[in-house]
Design a protein around this ligand. Structure first.
Ligand code: GDP
Ligand code: IMO
Ligand code: MG
Length: 431
């Protein structure tokens, strides 16, 4: 019996969707615990590519329970579109396989408009958000004025809360942001239609997960975004608005930390970031372009080109520390094939001093220069490798050095986007 948390160990897009899809075969329940449809998790099954924004990546496996926990902010329109598309593609044949926490907070139309209007006004200070209303929805949650799924299912409560919300949001939209206000009716009518679809999925998911654990079922928690985008532990303010680190799996589901047995961090064999904010190993040159092209580094949610750079062991060690990683899944190793040399950042210099931990102050991280260790690269297509022995020696040396510098064992190596392009070294569900 093991419950496993999967989180991004960098700035998101590490390949969490692929790894969760692989691990789902060993689990019974797959649970999202934070974020919303700012996430874009890509799964490749045969020749088919599926991008999921909200629904757990376990959904492609029949017979598994997929749960969206209380820590997620849910846009009903996107949720309904996603289930419709999944059903059209032959998945989600049984609606009872998908469950929404009745306590999760809803993303409302004004959250999206405020997110976009604020970004448009912020000029060079903009975060580069996905524009999905994530930050404003979490602000309302923390400000104790959010609207939850249970409110939507009670038309009177929903009407009261929406009326109160609009009094404030329309002032913000019209007078602070110079944007259009909403009428009560347009939102109420739209959301009452959503309520009828959502009703069958709503439940007390904390209770349900406890009952499943008691019955000996195994839980897989699917993180979104990544450690450096965490509201507390990321490169604030260039972060998302939720707890993307392992601790978020407990607050975002109502499952105790004592029930978590393994935490696996997903990390690319290099690094990417989408949106603004510091990125010490960023390559704004041909090598960066080569990584972007070889790794097809364009956002699954917004299509934006991702910023690319070398693997940063300082960031990886930090992720090991703040998440208590018991293992690392190293993805996209195949993307590095064909490079004459590969570099790993082992520390930073700042004003003549060497730093081996990531500094907390944004102004300092922004000025950090990476210290690199260079290793010889390797040639050829490695996507068919089924074990480490089948990899070129230099690729194996690279994996070993990454493991040594991070301080956590590598438990999986991904050598391509497909399910069968995966080398499992240790199965965290078997301890
Ligand atoms: P997530 O947000 O962490 O789930 O990651 P994304 O899906 O946004 O981005 C990862 C991208 O890399 C997706 O297009 C995956 O299909 C792809 N991918 C995952 N693992 C590998 C791998 O080992 N090699 C290659 N070439 N692509 C991969
Ligand atoms: P997955 O789950 C990469 C980034 C945005 C922006 C910042 C804040 O696919 O790894 P937000 O819309 O959340 O307020 O934007 O966070 N961001 C992501 N970057 N992968 C993601 O998700 C992200 N979700 C948000 O680009 O910089
Ligand atoms: Mg993604």
């Amino acid at each position: 019996m093991a419950n496993v948390v999967i989180i991004g160990a960098q700035w998101g897009d590490e390949g969490k969707g692929k790894v969760v899809d692989i691990y789902t075969q060993f689990a019974d329940d797959v649970v999202r615990f934070q974020g919303g449809n700012n996430a874009g998790h890509t799964l490749v099954v045969g020749d088919e590519k599926v991008i999921l924004h909200l629904i757990p990546s376990g959904i492609l496996h029949a017979g598994k329970r997929c749960v969206i926990g209380n820590g997620v902010v849910l846009d009903p329109e996107v949720f309904i579109r996603e289930i419709t598309n999944l059903k059209a593609a032959g998945y989600l044949k049984d609606d009872s396989a998908l469950i929404l926490s009745e306590s999760l907070h809803l993303i409302m139309p004004y959250h999206k408009r405020i997110d976009l209007a604020r970004e448009a006004k912020s000029g060079h200070k903009k975060i580069g958000t996905t524009g999905r209303g994530i930050g404003p929805a979490y602000e309302d949650k923390t400000g104790r004025r959010g609207i939850r799924l249970m409110d939507l299912l009670d038309p009177k409560a929903f009407a009261r809360k929406l009326k109160d919300a609009l009094e404030e949001k329309n002032l913000i939209l019209e007078h602070l942001l110079g944007d259009k206000p909403f009428t009560f009716e347009e939102i109420y009518d739209e959301y009452m239609v959503y309520a009828e679809t959502l009703r069958i999925y709503a439940a007390d998911t904390s209770l349900l997960l406890h009952q499943d654990m008691k019955a000996g079922k195994k839980l897989l928690f699917e993180g979104a975004q990544g450690t450096l985008l965490d509201i507390d532990h990321g490169t604030y303010p260039f972060v998302t608005s939720s707890s993307t680190c392992a601790g978020g799996a407990c607050t975002g589901t109502g499952v105790s930390p004592r029930e978590i047995h393994e935490v696996i961090g997903i990390s690319k064999a290099y690094a990417t970031r989408v949106g603004s904010g510091p990125f010490p190993t960023e390559l704004e040159d041909e090598t960066g372009d080569a990584l972007r092209n070889a790794g097809r580094e364009f956002g699954s949610t917004t299509g934006r080109p991702r910023r690319c750079g070398w693997f940063d062991a300082v960031v990886a060690r930090y992720a090991v520390r703040v998440n208590g990683l018991s293992g690392i899944a190293l993805t996209k190793l195949d993307v590095l094939s064909g490079l004459e040399a590969v570099k790993i950042c082992t520390g930073y210099t700042f004003e003549g001093k060497v730093l081996d931990e990531i500094p907390a102050q944004l102004e300092v991280i922004e000025k950090c220069r990476p210290i690199y260790e260079e290793m010889p690269g390797w040639e050829g297509d490695i996507t068919t490798a089924k074990s480490l022995d089948e990899l070129p020696e230099n690729a194996r040396n690279y994996i070993n050095r990454v493991e040594e510098l991070c301080g956590a064992p590598i438990v999986l190596v991904s050598v391509g986007p497909r399910r069968d392009e995966t080398i499992i070294l240790r199965n965290p569900f078997e301890g």
